[in-house]
Design a protein around this ligand. Structure first.
Ligand code: HEM
Ligand SMILES: *[C@@H]1O[C@H](CO)[C@@H](O)[C@H](O)[C@H]1NC(C)=O
Ligand SMILES: *[C@@H]1O[C@H](CO)[C@@H](O)[C@H](O)[C@H]1NC(C)=O
Length: 508
């Protein structure tokens, strides 16, 4: 107990001295803070809603104290513009926190690495091997194939009649299959010959991943908790990391074994499908000191973490919106019927001809940005935003969700209008629609996710099936706090194959 009083004392001194010091400069408005906790007591879930309400009270540039950490919350296009233009480099860092150390190979993954040489190399490698138009072209085969599997699975499951189905898990299977196939040329779901043990391991790993406290937890804000013995969270993290690490290492070892046996077969001109693990192992051969196994695991992890939930949840939100707006659903269907060749399943290459469909995904990301506060940024130097001084070492949260819903910026912000975003581009307009973040640290997977995963899968479902709500009431659109922003109630729908598509089904 004495120890606790001691820390309370120290922290109070610390905060008082900080307040005194702050008066000399021009700092953003802040609610009254409690000693030690700062504003932690104000934070209710979901966080983006709480921060929106606070910004409504104190202004779009708001200073908060999460325990021992200074936080700046930004919620207006002009402030966002300043963050990602003149301050882009200063803010291109991530905060130090336990997750970065224990879950991100000690800040060496692309999402967690501080801005600098190492991060640039990772961005370059992933840009070339995953996100370049060449790589996207190559991986489009995988996506088209997985979407075909999805349609076939739904078609067979329907038996030609109206059926009820839960779509959330279907969308997760789709995105996980795509990721696994890009990484290791294996399917996780729907293949009898897939290693059941590996799938088990994978699913267990996924369970831990969506735990929101993994990201920024109390230990990050109240580090003294750790000194007085609260280490449970940290232990959980380490345990979870071990499982995930073993899974990823397994994928690498597997590929190594195959390569060994390949050297024998190479004579016959046999070549396996080139996988991401394979590519990265080639880089390792060329530069072994740089591309350690940990770096490789960090890269493939990106596909399983950043790349799957985001797209699956976006698909779920999009479908929910369409069920509540049957006229938009109808319009999208007509667009597809008029532009995709009769009797052919929609493909990657058709998407350019389907602006309304892409508009639906855009509008879904506006209303339900699955990373509502983007990913936390961190200031490495003193800077100014909106005329306010910002200390080095401040965590910067950008409330994309609040900006996307702001009635000062959008006409009827809560209504669903897929055509409203057409043609808005970078420059000034761009700062009001930022589901993928902006600047150097912006999402490298935006193109892949937008074009391919979301629009392609959604397009195929609209092309091949009729959809309706399970009950006459509107689909419930509330969200819960997660690592990303999941829908509170998994989406259930009624569906039926479209009779006009009968020729297509016979080819699947
Ligand atoms: C609907 C889908 C997606 C959304 C809404 C989304 C959103 C975001 C956001 C908001 C950020 C943080 C930007 C910032 O720091 O300001 C981010 C970062 C990132 N995303 Fe995505 N993302 C999506 C899909 C993907 C996909 C499919 C991949 C990869 C396959 C991916 C890989 C990444 C990576 C690696 C980063 C970290 C970049 C860095 O720190 O340098 N994302 N994403
Ligand atoms: C991460 O790196 C730092 C400094 O390089 C080191 O002190 C720390 O022990 C490392 N943490 C882990 C979990 O490896
Ligand atoms: C989708 O949003 C982007 C802005 O990020 C815009 O440039 C594009 O034109 C929009 N597309 C459609 C079809 O609305």
């Amino acid at each position: 107990m004495e120890l606790l009083y001691y820390f309370i004392f120290c922290f109070s001194i610390f905060i008082i001295s900080k307040l005194l010091f702050q008066q000399k400069k021009h700092f953003p408005p802040a609610p009254t803070a409690l000693p030690i906790l700062g504003h932690l007591h104000l934070l209710k879930k979901p966080l983006h809603r709480t921060l929106e309400a606070l910004a409504g009270q104190y202004g779009p540039i708001l200073s908060l104290q999460f325990g021992s950490r200074s936080v700046l919350v930004v919620s207006s296009p002009s402030a966002i513009e300043e963050c990602f233009t003149k301050n882009d480099i200063i803010l291109a860092n991530r905060p130090y926190c336990f997750a970065g150390e224990h879950l991100a190979y000690n800040y060496t993954t692309v999402g967690w690495s501080p801005y600098g040489h190492h991060w640039r190399i990772l961005r370059r490698v992933t840009a070339i091997e995953i996100f370049s138009s060449n790589s996207l072209q190559t991986s489009s085969i995988i996506r088209n194939k997985e979407v075909t599997h999805l349609v076939r699975q739904l078609y067979r499951g329907s038996d030609g009649k109206l059926q009820k189905i839960e779509l959330k898990s279907i969308f997760f299977q789709l995105t996980l299959n795509i990721a696994m196939e890009m990484v290791a040329a294996k399917r996780l779901f729907g293949d009898e010959d897939f290693d059941a043990e590996l799938r088990e391991k994978f699913l267990e790993m996924k369970k831990g991943q969506s735990n929101p406290t993994m990201f920024m937890n109390m230990l990050d804000f109240l580090p003294f908790l750790r000194w007085v013995g609260f280490v449970g969270e940290e232990k959980n993290m380490v345990r979870f990391h071990r499982k995930r690490d073993a899974f990823l290492q397994g994928l690498i070892d597997d590929e190594r074994r195959k390569r060994m046996s390949d050297t024998g077969k190479a004579m016959n001109g046999e070549r396996r499908k080139k996988t991401l693990v394979d590519t990265l192992l080639c880089l390792q051969q060329a530069e072994p000191e740089y591309y350690s196994d940990d770096i490789i695991k960090g890269i493939i992890m990106v596909l399983f973490t950043a790349g799957t939930d985001t797209s699956a949840l976006t698909l779920e939100w999009a479908m929910s919106l369409l069920l509540n707006h049957p006229e938009a659903l109808q319009k999208a269907k007509e667009e597809i019927d008029n532009n995709v060749e009769q009797g052919c399943l929609i493909e990657d290459s058709d998407l350019a001809k389907l602006p309304y469909l892409r508009g639906i995904i855009n509008e879904t990301l506006r209303l339900f940005p699955v990373a509502p506060l983007l990913v936390p940024h961190f200031s490495s130097e003193e800077c100014t935003i909106g005329g306010y001084d910002v200390h080095p070492g401040t965590i910067v949260l950008v409330n994309a969700w609040a900006v996307h819903k702001d009635p000062k910026i959008w006409f009827e912000p809560t209504s669903f209008k897929p055509e409203r975003l057409e043609g808005i581009e970078g420059e000034r307009e761009g700062y009001k629609f930022i589901p993928f973040g902006l600047g150097r640290r912006g999402c490298p997977g935006a193109g892949m996710s937008m074009r391919v995963v979301s629009s392609l899968a959604l397009g195929a479902l609209l092309q091949c099936f009729e959809w309706a709500r399970v009950r006459p009431e509107m689909v419930d659109m509330s969200e819960v706090q997660g690592l990303s922003m999941p829908k509170a109630k998994p989406l259930e729908v009624m569906y039926m194959p479209r009779p006009t598509m009968i020729n297509l089904y016979s080819q699947l």
